[in-house]
Design a binder for this molecule. Sequence first.
Ligand SMILES: *[C@@H]1O[C@H](CO)[C@@H](O)[C@H](O)[C@H]1NC(C)=O
Ligand SMILES: *[C@@H]1O[C@H](CO)[C@@H](O)[C@H](O)[C@H]1NC(C)=O
Length: 470
Amino acid sequence: MKLFVLATLIAPHATYATSMHRTSSDPRDFDADLNMPGFHFVPFPFDWQNDPNGPLYDPVHDKYHLFYQYQTPRLWGHAVSDDMVNWSQLPVAVGTDAWYDAGGVFSGSGTVLDDEDQSVVLTISSSDNREIFVAVPKDRSDPNLVEWVLPDSNPIYNTTARDPTEIFQTTDGRYRIADGTAEGSELWECSGCEGVDDIVGGHKWEKIGMLQSKVEGQGYWECPDFFPLLGDGADEDVWVSKFSNTGDHWYTGAYDEDTGVFTPFDTEDRMYDQNTAFYASKTFLDSRGGKERRILWGWLISGKPEGSGWEGLQSVPRLVEGIEGTMLTTYPIPELEGLREEEGAAKFEDLAIREDGEVKQLDFEGRMFDVEAEVEVEGDGCGFRVLWDGADAHLDVMIDKGTTSVRMLVDSSVVETFFNGGRTSRTQFTQVTSKESVKVGLLGDGKVCNFNSLNLWKMSPYKFDATMVQ
Ligand SMILES: *[C@@H]1O[C@H](CO)[C@@H](O)[C@H](O)[C@H]1NC(C)=O
Ligand SMILES: *[C@@H]1O[C@H](CO)[C@@H](O)[C@H](O)[C@H]1NC(C)=O
């Protein structure tokens, strides 16, 4: 995973008038740091964070794990959750302990194997893009899987690639990993492997060939992701192949297990998010309760310089679902609605914003909030205006013409918006400079700009327990 440093100034610290109180286990001070998000994951101790790595659902202990690129040189940070909403911070999971990771523990994935122990394996890439190695839990019976070990047989294979996917199986049980190269994604198979001991040891991995070759003109395929498309709207046997380079780009297509080649249905450029700052995302299979769904996390490159405290966010967890056979949507998981506050919620109907340049301010304020709207939009200048009282600053979230529904999550300095049930999404950032409340306005452009229904809720920050590292 390459390093991006964007030059943006940090907002001066100021006092924020808010009723949010802190608990002793939660180190986030929303009053002191106006940009601190409440429901996007930020690790503690506050430091640099980049892409999500190895997210997984552990069916043995019914918990979700999130790892992420953390600090310099890069380590795997680690947090655990019962619901992907509230988090407990855990100590660093994988540090720079071996010759192959001395320069940093780079990106990778997490797998829960379909064996008796439901073995967990993290597949990781070295900072020199030459070795792929694994980490396994020191104690599988620890409910939080706090400690991880690097088996002596590491690295499992050497190549000129990085960012291994999770281990996935062919229908006849062969284990495979894809990784990212300068030419596209390559595919590896564990030769004659029967279980976890073979997977993590024995040097049995062999390269099959290219899973998908890049299209002329594309850069290095970072952080590839490869998974079957799920959901009622998906055709049978549709696979999703994603790579990261200037944003996250996905294809759907057919995967021939025999040849190990993925063939996209078309090569149109489709992105998870319109903003290239949604980057290096990773999905995992959530099998809680025997149901299966795909959850996506992306790194939101918010642009604070490295060394300025916390930097980089994880997107809200998004559900990836098939629609119209071969297309997909990404949409906030329903669990997030658990953070909506009843008090202060507002509901509006039939608001038509007619005048060009009109801003209609709503009677609603909050710092973190969730908006759902049904709309009719015929021009390009219709949307939301997020206003910071006492400052000139505002952020406009424009709604493309033809859109029928909008979901907007405003979380201090970051806004994620989903259009038409998540067919498209757009992440935006701002620097909060006012200590007053955030207000919401609607923007008109003289064309049809109707908010037929509009629901707004304040959001509580998630419960963050950092006692394990305090
Ligand atoms: C990878 O390279 C290292 C050092 O060059 C070597 O010790 C190791 O055996 C190699 N591993 C495999 C699986 O080929
Ligand atoms: C998160 O924690 C809050 C506060 O304890 C709780 O009300 C909520 O149910 C938890 N989970 C979700 C999904 O909101």
